[in-house]
Design a protein around this ligand. Structure first.
Ligand code: ASN
Length: 493
């Protein structure tokens, strides 16, 4: 019998429904896998085996009673950004030391309502700020992938590095993640997994620790396109507690898997190329184009002329919102407190000790661009650029384009503690070059594995769609997946 942890969600669902396996067996298999692998990979920062077994038992009872939910008995990992009642929720920051909320985020509650089982909380960049998972207070996550013939540790990408690594190493059946500028899609691309950032407003942000509220969006990281569709269906909902969530029916995304893309118009934006981009990325892109053409899609060249301004504008808007959102961590009500001689001294000492370097950098940038005298020059201008970026996409869609194909990242996974990147934050920010536009415009974007580079490391393709047309992305990504195959790392841990 195949290992239980190698089953996809769709496969496990069939076996659970057919009573070939139980939810408790499946959960135990994942707990054992985490026990043996987590020291090496560091994907989980809190494991909740007792809670998991209890939830799995309840799932088995519901299956026996014929009352199974859509995700009944499926063990999932949860990014540490999602509030989970009574369970460690620290956004992988020191400043939230010991915090376990009294509430459950709407997204995770939706998953539990559908019968999913929680295995624990997953590592991430502190407050989701980073592209390598190295800014986590709990240390770096190791990518389950290694270059051919090398035993050097690579980053899994970020900020949802723990989610991507756990899915790739089969330490959960699927994971929740969030994406503000690429945090679902870049780690998915670096680990050979599938990640979708849905349209802004598709999932509720309620109970998710805020980074940049006008950009943050939750989504799944999964082993394949079908599993991503199954997970998103459960995660998405309108929510009275988040007025930016949208009241549109959540379609059965899985139904779009296998549908034809014949006659679809796929836009290829000429601006999605950067200096120094490996030829292999261009080759992957051309391969993706060929696959979609073979499946009957029409390929059209498009222009998104404001693309080059997206990254600088993002690194104004996101830190501005972050500086405001993170003002609440003051040592008074929860989390870390470092005593001082008076209350202001206490605030200062707490924030100095509680936030890491990258978070402090963003708070300072954000405070600067919002300050009197600089607001118009930076923040206001960045917001105007944001409108132009959105309009670029609208024009392309208006001209009949159904979806846009680009590379997901300008490189494959890089080494942990890469000196070049550590010394220059802007180089790290360049990881988001193909993904931030999507957040700035509020559109859905999916990363799907397209192949491996000469080092044997996975590379991802990105599809960008119209607002609330995630179904188009699922069916098109599935065509790529069928052509490219699935990617699993060789076990070294
Ligand atoms: N949160 C994200 O989407 C990651 C992005 N690299 C950032 O640091 O802002």
């Amino acid at each position: 019998m195949t290992e239980l942890t190698s089953l996809t969600i769709a496969e496990a669902r069939t076996k659970l429904a057919g009573k070939e396996i139980t939810a408790v067996e499946l959960t135990d298999a994942y707990i054992a896998a985490i026990d043996s692998a987590n020291e090496a990979i560091n994907a989980y920062i809190a494991v909740t085996p007792d809670k998991a077994r209890e939830m799995a038992k309840a799932s088995d009872a519901r299956i026996a009673a014929g009352k199974a939910g859509a995700l009944e008995g499926i063990p999932l990992g949860i990014k540490d950004l999602f509030g989970t009642e009574g369970v460690h929720t620290q956004a992988c920051s020191h400043i939230l030391d010991g915090f376990a909320p009294r509430y459950e985020s709407t997204v995770t509650q939706n998953l539990w309502n559908d019968g999913a089982v929680m295995l624990g909380k997953l590592n991430m960049d502190e407050f989701a700020m980073g592209s390598s998972n190295e800014t986590s207070y709990y240390g770096a996550v190791k990518n389950p992938w290694r270059a051919k013939g090398s035993n050097l540790d690579l980053v899994p990408g970020g900020s949802s590095g723990g989610s991507a690594a756990a899915v790739a190493a089969h330490l959960c059946a699927g994971a929740t993640a969030t994406d503000t500028g690429g945090s679902i899609r870049q780690p998915a691309a670096f680990t050979g997994t599938v990640g979708i950032k849905p349209t802004y407003g598709r999932c509720s942000r309620w109970g998710v620790v805020a980074f940049a509220s006008s950009l943050d969006q939750a989504g799944p990281i999964a082993r394949d396109v079908r599993d991503a569709a199954i997970l998103l269906k459960s995660m998405a909902s309108v929510d009275a507690k988040d007025t930016t969530s949208v009241d549109l029916p959540v379609p059965n995304y899985e139904a779009s898997i296998g549908q034809s893309i014949k006659g679809m118009k796929i836009g290829i934006p000429r601006e999605y190329r950067v200096e120094g981009m490996p030829e292999e990325i261009e080759a992957l892109w051309q391969q993706g184009i060929a696959w979609l053409k073979d499946a009957g899609a029409e390929i059209v060249d498009i222009t998104l002329p404001h693309t080059k301004y997206a990254l600088p504008a993002y690194y104004i808007v996101a830190p501005a919102e972050a500086s405001s959102n993170l003002a609440r961590y003051d040592g008074v009500r929860y989390g870390l407190r470092v005593d001082g001689k008076d209350i202001v001294d206490m605030y200062e000492k707490t924030r100095a000790a509680g936030f890491g370097q990258e978070v402090k950098r963003r708070i300072m940038i954000g405070t600067y661009v919002l300050s009197a005298g600089y607001y118009d020059a930076y923040y206001l201008r960045a917001q105007k650029v944001r409108t132009l970026i959105k309009r670029d996409f609208e024009l392309a869609f208006h001209a009949g384009v159904d979806a846009i194909l680009t590379p997901a990242t300008p490189s494959s996974a890089f080494g942990i503690a890469d000196e070049d990147l550590a010394s220059d934050p802007v180089k790290m920010y360049l990881n988001d070059i193909f993904t931030v536009t999507v957040n700035m415009a509020g559109l859905p974007g999916i990363a799907v594995p397209g192949g491996v580079d000469h080092k044997g490391l996975p590379l991802g393709l990105q599809l960008i769609g119209k607002p609330f047309e995630e179904e188009t992305l699922f069916k098109t990504a599935h065509v790529i997946e069928q052509a490219a195959g699935r990617f699993t790392p060789t076990k070294w841990w």
